[in-house]
Ligand binder design. Sequence first.
Ligand code: 5GP
Length: 206
Amino acid sequence: MSEQGILVVVSGFSGAGKGTLIKAMLDRYHSYALSVSATTRAPREGEADGREYFFVTREKFEQMIEEEQLIEHAMYVNNYYGTPRQYVFQQMADGKDVILEIEIQGALKIKERFPEALLLFVMPPSADELRRRLVGRGTESEEIIDKRLHRAAEEASGITSYDYILINDKVEQCAQEMHELIQAQHRRVSGNLDFIEQMKAELKAV
Ligand code: 5GP
């Protein structure tokens, strides 16, 4: 059977708890690699270059686009975000499933370029809960929170392009569900055609 890893896109409204959820899954299961994106946004307190993001200038980002170093990129609330190609391909070749925590425009580009990718959308239990989490995080101004909530309303109409939604109420439970969905994707017939062909050939030879 093919040991190649798959691409897993995880999107969700800002404040839906994607980061915490992905961390819980990575802590528990070790067959995953998390892609670190490049961005032109400024680091938040506690974020480190090369860990949460590669923090780059706009000029550097545009050069990365030019040199085709990114498998997708998008503009989100006035900043560029993009997924570096090399790490993703390397990890997939090594048999790891690569998690891309990216927004919806990027997710749609990934689906177009890699139709076998799995697209997951993380939702909070309610819109009220979303606002509470964004305010509670305390890292953004009121104005940015409003922009992010506005963007969430826009993004809601794109959810139907995803394969599954995850309701992030209890983190541990949700992380396990995410793991199970990814494992199920590995078993899809369309992703195992070589194995099936091989089995057919072997059966003919019996
Ligand atoms: P934040 O500024 O809160 O870290 O991220 C803002 C949004 O950008 C989030 O929805 C996040 O998932 C998304 N994002 C992060 N990295 C990438 C990326 O490489 N590509 C795209 N398209 N979106 C990204």
